[in-house]
Design a protein around this ligand. Structure first.
Ligand code: KIV
Ligand code: ZN
Length: 551
């Protein structure tokens, strides 16, 4: 890297807009969405989608609720052409969905594009040419006037052919490609020249798409550019202003959101941000950002995992684990304090689901996206007792007393630390079973009978003590008191029961009860124990033995 990057790179000149209005606005409704997955996304794949994959992704986009879908660049390849024909001929496009096709300002390509649209019901014809200084100089070697002429000729070739689509509803779209790197005055000039040809009206608008083809400015500058165009272009009310951001500086979402504040009506992008280089705008993020502010995004991501699956299968791309909303890990907390806070927040939410969502560390309820609560917490050596307890409770209905969590949490963490990896809920349960339920040394219960005479309970207990048969007898005002008395009588150092609780285990082949007991020895030491049995009395007896065995 250079010591002084200014010798090679320069800042981008800002737009003069001292009375900019967008910073004071708020978003209140969803924009018009247009998916460009099948075109911009597809053209950025090492192996572009075949017709079958495109059909599957198209269906998924329709299911998500997209009403405008750029289906391809039909003049660019046979696959693209065939795909468009199949959509139309096989009547796969719902009546309320517009198919959008992209074309350069070349007559032969425009001709072929019209061929591909025969029989379409709703079509958007999207014309583009590039307008930035670098493109004018390096790629085309054209003056500004020549670039305007390219756009105007393209617009005319399209206009001349419109009667061929007489039975269809047609919308026209123009993009000054590389808009954000173009002088705003020139972008306005070329756009108005195209408007001159197409003559949009408030009743029959055209789409003016203003691409951040390569993201070269900060989002606030893009917003200034959009507001400047919205305020200066003629017949603004005859235009649908559209945004099309990319992600070269990793701010495509921010640029889009500020561009909407600046007056845009429509947003183009792709699922999960697939697209050239660093990708297109991630539509899912922008839509769900609206949703988490209580705004209906008019897109349906209630089964985001399934959408992600189709996307990954069709494109061969993978959604990064930390991708907002959709990534594998975004509803997973590894830190103990986060887990604890989430657990408390989720409990508060389940007690009062009519309140507004305000769960620490979770901007959105994973369940709204078809993602499961059990994804929220996994346990590794950094986790606290809260996460451990949460998993045992949600996955197995094991509701550890608070104080017992304090004892088992560090035990589990040490075990996870030794493993050196994250553990599943099932592994945690095994740890709990090993630590408490399966303890049978020195005391192993073989039989327990009681009889109750006038409130005095007598018990007889058959045991193995370090493998050797033993028997106890005791009495008290309940089975546990009788058991404690039996141990004391047999010479075991005195202890008392300081905590007792139990509940049934929710389901499964262990349809049983679990008991938690804390015993306190005469010297002040205390130990937790736990027992499981289909008989609640036996579960509590086993819990006493578990605590003794751990002493
Ligand atoms: O990024 C871009 O500028 C494009 C245009 C063709 C709209 O994809
Ligand atoms: Zn693009």
């Amino acid at each position: 890297m250079l010591k002084d990057p200014s010798t090679k790179y320069r800042p981008f000149p800002p737009v003069t807009l001292p009375d900019r209005r967008w910073p004071d606005r708020v978003l209140t409704h969803a924009p018009i969405w247009c998916s460009v997955d099948l075109r911009d996304g597809n053209q950025a794949l090492a192996v572009p989608m075949n017709v079958g994959q495109k059909l599957e992704l198209f269906q998924t986009l329709v299911k998500c609720g997209f009403k405008e879908i750029e289906v391809g660049f039909p003049s660019a390849s046979n696959t693209e052409f065939t795909f468009n024909r199949r959509l139309i001929e096989e009547r796969r496009v719902p009546d309320d969905v517009w198919v959008q096709v992209l074309v350069q300002a070349r007559e032969d390509l425009i001709e072929r594009t019209f061929d591909s649209l025969a029989g379409a019901k709703k079509a958007i014809i999207h014309l583009y040419n590039s307008t930035s200084p670098a493109q004018r100089r390096v790629v085309f070697g054209m003056s500004k006037e020549q670039i305007v002429q390219v756009a105007v000729r393209g617009a005319q070739w399209i206009q001349e052919r419109l009667p061929r689509l007489a039975g269809a509803e047609v919308m026209l779209q123009y993009s000054p490609e590389s808009f954000s790197a173009t002088e705003v005055e020139f972008a306005l000039k070329v756009s108005e020249a195209v408007m001159e040809v197409w003559q949009p009206t408030p009743q029959c608008k055209m789409i003016l798409n203003l691409p951040d083809t390569v993201e070269v400015v900060m989002p606030n500058v893009y917003a200034d550019q959009i507001e400047w165009i919205c305020r200066n272009i003629k017949n603004r009310d005859s235009l649908i202003i559209s945004l099309h951001t990319h992600n070269d500086r990793n701010t495509g979402v921010a640029a889009t959101e500020l561009g909407l504040l600046a007056g845009a009506d429509r947003v183009e992008g792709t699922l999960f941000g697939n697209g050239e280089r660093t990708g297109n705008l991630d539509l899912v993020t922008v839509a769900l950002n609206l949703y988490m502010h209580g705004i209906d995004p008019k897109l349906d991501f209630r089964d985001l995992n399934a959408i992600r699956e189709v996307y990954e299968r069709c494109t061969g791309m993978t959604v990064p684990p930390r991708q907002p909303y959709a990534g594998e890990l975004v509803f997973t907390a590894f830190s103990g304090s986060h887990q604890d806070a989430i657990r408390k927040g989720l409990n508060e939410w389940s007690d009062n689901p009519r309140a507004h969502w305000d769960v620490p560390y979770l901007t959105i309820d994973p369940a709204d996206l078809g993602r499961e609560y059990r994804e929220v917490i996994r346990v590794n050596s950094q986790s606290g007792k809260g996460g451990v307890a949460y998993l045992l409770e949600t996955q197995f209905g094991i509701d550890l007393p608070k104080e017992m969590q304090r004892e088992f949490g560090p035990i589990a963490n040490d075990a996870v630390d030794r493993l050196g990896r994250e553990v599943t809920a099932a592994e945690l349960k095994e740890m709990f079973w090993r630590e408490y339920i399966e303890r049978d040394k020195p005391w192993d219960l073989k039989g327990f009978e009681t009889e109750n005479r006038n409130g005095l309970v007598r018990c007889r207990v058959q045991l193995l003590r370090d493998g050797a048969p033993a028997e106890l007898a005791g009495q008290g005002n309940g089975p546990l008191a009788a058991l404690v008395n039996g141990f004391t009588t047999a010479g075991v150092p005195r202890f008392e029961i300081a905590h007792y609780s139990e509940h049934s285990l929710s389901s499964g082949d262990e349809a049983a009860a679990i008991a938690y007991i804390r015993i306190k020895h005469a010297d002040g030491r205390s130990r937790w124990g736990s027992g499981v049995d289909t008989n609640i009395e036996l579960a509590s007896v086993k819990a006493v033995l578990s605590a003794l065995n751990r002493s």
